[in-house]
Design a protein around this ligand. Sequence first.
Ligand SMILES: N[C@@H](CCC(=O)N[C@@H](CS)C(=O)NCC(=O)O)C(=O)O
Length: 205
Amino acid sequence: MKLFYAKGTISIAPAIALLEAGIEHDLARLDFAAAEQTKPDYLAINSKGRVPALALDNGEVLTETGALLDYIAALAPAAKLVPQTPVQAAHMRSVMYYLASTMHVAHAHKMRGSRWADNPESHADMTAKVPQTMTACAGFVEAECLQGDYVCGAQFTVADAYLFVVCNWLAGDSVVVSDFPKISTFMSRMEARESVKMVRAKDMI
Ligand SMILES: N[C@@H](CCC(=O)N[C@@H](CS)C(=O)NCC(=O)O)C(=O)O
């Protein structure tokens, strides 16, 4: 399979999950500075013009970070990347849905205002709000998402790869990360994992 990604984006979450799962894969890097995600070659792979996309060996292409993470976890059950109990699995997915529907969207208001408005003043207004909205999101993560060392307590799950990449954006969004001790400790713990060291070594994040 081949993962289409761009540096620092949410597509690094499935890259981390593939490494955690021990699944062999190829990587295809897109250059956002050159707007490669908008070019016909890539739109033929993912018509949404976004990353990640995961091209399977049978020709199918999967998109949406949460779906890729669940797929990767299902391919490697021995890695136990999804909790075994239904309630813990539901907590894991509630965090992933929150990241997809709320926190990632709040972050996107900084650079991608043209998705929602045409007036440049509206873009500036959206950008100015990002430190406030992302700080509020960090507050929710701190209070309700991290149930211990990781999202699901002691067990590392695919939601941790997702949360790590989104929290990696916080400082750039002018959030004072040191105000959130659980997030700070979680980020250090993640940095110590081989998978994260590997994506850093490959200049993916
Ligand atoms: N809902 C999608 C969102 C993917 C997404 O927006 N990715 C961003 C990078 S973080 C992207 O590809 N942006 C390119 C663009 O907006 O042109 C997912 O979770 O996979």
